[in-house]
Design a protein around this ligand. Structure first.
Ligand code: HEC
Ligand code: HEC
Length: 469
């Protein structure tokens, strides 16, 4: 039993599994912000764990924020039976919405549901735009439908916006050794429900992302991201990578965006307010009033006019995500020979050119727990041109549509335990890690070709390594 002195929280582990030595807990020198996952605990709760160095003050915020993250904004019920309900949050979801709670989309703090052919599940969000962007390249909202399509309305006078239908076609391919593979290529069609809104030509379906370790990603200094920012590939490694510039809604400051599949939000606090507004239909001081487009008159008139959730509560949700630990590597496989070889394959294929193995957080983050730690997130937090195969249709700018933020890979091996599926990539089209790699193009084309050229043993080793994360 491992006890966190700050809060007496305990984590069980197996004596003798070398849990406290490298490379199991390799995320930090003291491994303080990692959490330990026991081999018998690959459960749906694996992403609920608090970082082991959480202080008492933060722990309180963590618990209160968790309650908000896990409560339904319609009936005020906690999603896990046996936990106290939060009646004050009931009926705060008004107007246009997609889902009732944060955890309703981030299943068990992981990804959303596997997208199968048919209507998109209500754990996905479909971003929309006018087709144009601001000066920094961020999509501008659709004049009527706003930033996100809401398929559901809680107000009889306001029509729901649209649903999106998905069909898959099969792409056949083969590795260089002749082994065949198949990929699922999605084809989306928007069914507009509110005809006053006109057509939706620019849209981007997104799967909900895993929310573990985000505080550590928030604590990586902007200077580190800017050091890697190389939009014109001046270092000639055929990987460019762009730090996305965004405006912080709370302060008005220019910041580097790091959250979301396109990295267009800089802070967890703003992400919380944005998700409350667009996905659940709850207004806050950052995004006041209902989630409507500029010309969506009935929606605008329906309100609410004021603020439904206080700044204190928005911040608690951010603290919850900041204090959720990053999973330590899986102790039972981390020392296996195939995993060790796979780590070498990862390096040889150039995966680390974007999935940067190691980063260091600085001393500027408000939570002391997150400061000065060497972490292993396997992301550079930059957006990369990933080729036409992965492009969305969010804007009229084909280059921007091909860009995606490198996802962190920590916790990848826990996807199935947490989510009950292994769907990956921004819209969940990849059925597993192998397919996710095969979809890589653009700046990652060389890595993808090298993967196809690798032997079956090397490919298997690579996947074993990724599953050990
Ligand atoms: C309708 C489903 C849905 C709901 C409800 C929802 N999310 Fe999300 N979440 C998503 C999707 C989709 C993304 C990816 C968005 C993007 O690409 O910009 C996401 C991404 C995130 C991210 C970024 C993670 C990363 O790795 O960059 C955070 C943080 C987040 N959500 C927090 C929340 C919080 C907090 C709530 C509740 C207030 C919430 N979400 C409610 C679907 C949802
Ligand atoms: C040029 C940058 C780049 C390189 C090189 C690269 N990746 Fe990626 N990777 C990305 C981006 C960006 C995404 C997200 C793409 C999307 O969702 O459409 C991604 C997604 C993934 C995912 C899915 C993660 C998730 O959460 O859905 C895996 C797994 C992955 N990469 C593994 C690899 C491996 C293994 C290699 C080397 C063979 C590699 N990547 C090389 C940028 C890169």
């Amino acid at each position: 039993m491992l006890t966190n002195p700050a809060n007496n929280a305990t984590v069980t582990y197996h004596e003798g599994t070398q849990i406290f030595t490298d490379p199991v807990l390799e995320y930090t020198p003291g491994a303080a912000s990692a959490f330990v996952v026991d081999r018998h605990e690959y459960l749906w709760t694996s992403f609920f764990r608090e970082a082991l160095n959480t202080r008492w003050e933060t722990h309180n915020g963590f618990l209160n924020g968790r309650r908000i993250f896990h409560t339904d904004f319609v009936d005020g019920k906690h999603f896990e039976p046996g936990n106290p309900d939060f009646p004050e949050l009931a009926n705060l979801s008004t107007g246009l919405t997609i889902n009732n709670s944060c955890v309703g989309c981030h299943t068990n703090n992981g990804r959303g549901l596997a997208p199968v052919a048919g209507q998109l599940p209500n754990t996905m969000a479909v971003k929309v735009s006018s087709g144009s962007t601001d000066a920094q390249g961020n999509a501008l909202p659709h004049a009527y439908f706003g930033k996100v399509l809401q398929p559901q309305s809680r107000n009889g006078g306001v029509p729901a916006e649209a649903t999106v239908n998905l069909i898959y076609s099969t792409i056949n391919g083969a590795f260089n050794d002749g082994t065949a593979y198949q990929l699922l290529s999605p084809n989306y069609s928007v069914q507009v429900l509110d005809q006053a809104g006109g057509q939706v030509n620019f849209f981007s379906p997104r799967m909900a992302q895993t929310i573990v370790g985000l505080g550590l990603l928030e604590a990586i200094p902007e200077a580190t991201l800017l050091q890697r920012h190389d939009p014109n590939d001046s270092n000639g490694d055929s990987i460019s990578g762009r730090a996305v510039q965004v405006t912080d809604t709370k302060t008005g400051d220019q910041r580097i965006g790091r959250f979301g599949w396109k990295a267009n939000i800089a802070t967890l606090e703003q992400f919380t307010a944005d998700a409350l507004h667009e996905d659940i239909g709850v207004s806050t001081s950052m995004f006041q009033g209902p989630a409507c487009g500029a010309n969506q008159t009935a929606c605008r008139n329906a309100g609410p006019a004021g603020i439904e959730l206080s700044d204190v509560r928005v911040n608690l949700v951010a603290v919850y995500m900041q204090a959720l630990g990053a999973p330590a590597r899986r102790p039972e496989t981390v020392n296996n020979a195939d995993v060790a070889r796979g780590e070498q394959v990862f390096a040889n294929l150039g995966c680390g050119g974007c999935h940067t193995p190691s980063m260091t957080t600085d001393y500027g983050h408000p939570l002391a727990e997150l400061r000065g730690q060497t972490i292993k997130p396997y992301t550079d937090l930059l957006v990369h041109d990933m080729g036409d195969g992965l492009a969305d249709r969010l804007t009229g700018n084909a280059t921007l549509n091909r860009e995606w933020r490198t996802p962190a890979l920590w916790g990848l091996g826990l996807t199935e335990a947490v989510n009950g599926h292994t769907r990956l990539l921004h819209d969940g089209r990849a059925r597993n890690i192998n397919e996710a790699i095969l979809w890589h193009g653009g700046e990652a084309a060389a890595s993808q070709s090298a993967y196809k050229a690798a032997t079956a043993v090397q490919r298997n080793d690579l996947i074993k390594f990724l599953e050990s994360l």
